[in-house]
Design a protein around this ligand. Sequence first.
Ligand code: GMT
Length: 379
Amino acid sequence: MKIGILCYPTYGGSGIVATELGMSLANKGYEVHFISSALPARLDITNPNIFFHKVNVQTYPLFQYQPYDIALSSMIYRVVNLYKLDLLHAHYAIPYAYAAFTGKQMLKEEGKDVPLVTTLHGTDITLVGQHPSYKHAVEFSINHSDTVTSVSESLKRDTLKFFNIRKEIQVITNFIDNTEFREDHCCERKQFANEDEKILIHVSNLRPVKRVEDVLQIFKNVHAKVKSKLIIIGEGPDMEKITEFMEENPDLISKIRLLGKVNDLYRILQLSDVFLLPSEQESFGLAALEAMAAYTPVISSNAGGIPEVNLQGETGYLAEIGNVEAMSNYTIKLLSDENLLAQMKANAKEQAKHFDIKNVLPQYEEMYENTIRNFKESQ
Ligand code: GMT
């Protein structure tokens, strides 16, 4: 089967899921064509079954904004034609599912067509997709996809609540490749903390939805009771809030390590004691799952699909969005009890195994086969 994957190339969750999925499919012998504005961050382009097609946006003095969606739909049309793709898989409704629809229309003009799968990832539904500038395009793109999947039950409920959807939505969760989280491949703890200090970690693209101010306040409360360090991985618009916090709390400057974008994330996750995810919105929480795969329990908000991943009192603790005090108290409780911490680290890993790629990939394969069969039957 030849599959075209349309996705963001950056470090966001949807791009990671699309890339890891494509690489797993390629390893099983599928021919996988990535169509994106840049080489996806984690893509192994040396794999002979993987192809990358860069969307080039031609600038022109008349264009006030670069017409990426037009260039994208043209590239979709060209790649389907050139490589005879069997199926397109759009990750994130806008612009990917939207541009795929246009690409398909161009193909139809020539008596050709290809089925389209759209995977909804989160903010395309819960945040940006709600905006009047995009809402109808998102709804249209979903209703004109042949198959629609969402990454959690919570996101499926939100999609049906916020949009007028005529399609069945199939839940196929985010996943993790546990074999990548090798226990012998780790950084040294002393690189980040003294022996008597615990390590708290937060990984995100530091957008307002991640509530980094809560992360900082939780750390401040915890640090007052438990010797500890905070590692923050990622870059984004709320970096400024971290700098402001440090200016207001100079005694904590040496306790906070800002690492920016990191490739071998799991090497650092493995030596952490607790992962903080106090998000305002989170359709699934792939970052939490990655932490759990590295034996790190999670203290989180109960937003969106997080409770489907982080289990209260088992793999960590959850509190209402913005309830910094509860999240601080849970963290203090966890870090002050070595037995509890050891148990939760083990539970976190067990939970991550349920979301292993070997359990999720067959669901994608079956969905692709059903989509192609139904598409052919409807022709
Ligand atoms: O939230 C991010 O950091 C990026 C965003 C994306 O679409 O790239 O992530 C969303 O998709 C991930 C993969 O499906 C989910 O695990 C994240 O929970 C989801 N983020 C939100 O809903 C805020």
